[in-house]
Each structure stands twice: as structure tokens, then as C-alpha cells.
Design a binder for this molecule. Structure first.
Ligand SMILES: Cc1cc2nc3c(=O)[nH]c(=O)nc-3n(C[C@H](O)[C@H](O)[C@H](O)COP(=O)(O)O)c2cc1C
Length: 169
């Protein structure tokens, strides 16, 4: 699958088989995440790899739109050590780029994944920080559920030429 086909056919997958994700594939997901661009090349990201069933099962109690975690064998928390930032506040974009790279790498590997947002919902961020014991200088951005897909989804067509403005709005 070439890069354009990969990003044009990626969809959110929320139902997974019970099969644990292969170690080599998990390593590729983290390599892809850390290949992302970041402001000032500060790379402020950290990741929490979650496969503990008791922890996965608690995530929907904190983030109510993450019930797929109950059937996922792996979740990745994408977060930032804000003390590593060179340009204050850009950690959100940095971690978003890392999150998207995880989604695209998962799709390229034949895995399914879905981005579950945490930031800027304070209560969800606080809940996840408590559950995963994050230090105060670490801010969570997203949780990504990952697994072998049970759903097959067609590509989405979202192109709208009217959203493109030439030189001025
Ligand atoms: C910032 C962000 C937060 C999201 N949060 C959730 C979420 O909490 N739960 C969920 O099931 N999907 C979540 N999604 C996935 C979107 O619902 C999904 O990307 C969108 O419906 C488009 O579908 P597609 O990913 O299959 O193309 C999120 C996506 C983004 C970018």
C-alpha cells in the first residue's frame, strides 16, 4: 500500500479480535509515532502502552466515548512532557501528529485503530492522569485503541472543493 492509498483508506476501527497485537507491530507503531514533526523539533511526546485488562476496562468510565477499549487488547496513551517544549502550547499539535502517525501505521500494518480524544476535556485528562499515575508535568492528549480489525469499512469521500480558497477567503 503506498502512502497516499494508506491515508485515503484509513478509517476508525472500533471492534477487534481477541488476538494480541504482535510485538514487532507495536514497535513499528512507536517508531511511526516518534517520526512525527514537532514544533522546534522538540519531540515532547511520551507514550503509555496499556494492555492490562483491568486498566483498559476502566477507560470508558473516564472517557465515555471509548467503550471500544473493553474489546481492545492494546491502547496507547499519547501525552507530552511539557517541560520538553521549546514553543509553549504546541505540544497539542505535536502529540496530534504523533497520534495520526500511529493511526496510519496501524492501517498500513493491517491493524485497526481509533483516536479517542482527551485534551481539552479537563475531567477526562485528570481521570486518565490519576489512573495511569502521570506526573504533573505530563499532559495527556489522546488514547488510541489498537487491534486486529473485525470491521471492514469503505474509504470515506470527504473532498469539498468549496473548502479551498485561492489566495484570499
Ligand atoms: C480529536 C479526535 C477525537 C476523537 N475522539 C473519539 C472518541 O472519543 N471516540 C470515538 O469512537 N472516536 C473518536 N474519534 C474518531 C472520529 O469519530 C472519526 O475519526 C470520525 O468519525 C471520522 O471517521 P474515520 O476516522 O473512520 O474516517 C476522534 C477523532 C479525533 C480526530
Amino acid at each position: 500500500m503506498d502512502a497516499l492509498e494508506n491515508l485515503m483508506t484509513r478509517r476508525s476501527i472500533r471492534r477487534f479480535t481477541d488476538q494480541p497485537v504482535a510485538e514487532a507491530d507495536i514497535a513499528t507503531l512507536f517508531h511511526a509515532a516518534m517520526a512525527a514533526p514537532s514544533a522546534g523539533n522538540s519531540q515532547p511526546w511520551h507514550f503509555v502502552r496499556i494492555s492490562d485488562r483491568a486498566i483498559l476496562n476502566q477507560l470508558p468510565d473516564i472517557q465515555p466515548h471509548s467503550r471500544m477499549m473493553l474489546g481492545a487488547s492494546l491502547a496507547i496513551l499519547v501525552c507530552a512532557d511539557v517541560t520538553l517544549e521549546k514553543h509553549e502550547g504546541f505540544w497539542v499539535q505535536d502529540c496530534s501528529a504523533a497520534t495520526q502517525n500511529i493511526l496510519l501505521a496501524a492501517h498500513a500494518l493491517g491493524l485497526g485503530a481509533v483516536w479517542c480524544g482527551l485534551h481539552p476535556r479537563t475531567a477526562w485528562c485528570e481521570g486518565v492522569s490519576r489512573l495511569l499515575n502521570l506526573p504533573h508535568h505530563v499532559q495527556p492528549l489522546s488514547l488510541v485503541a489498537v487491534g486486529y480489525p473485525l470491521d471492514a469499512k469503505d474509504p470515506a469521500e470527504r473532498f469539498k472543493s468549496e473548502r479551498i480558497h485561492i489566495n484570499r477567503w
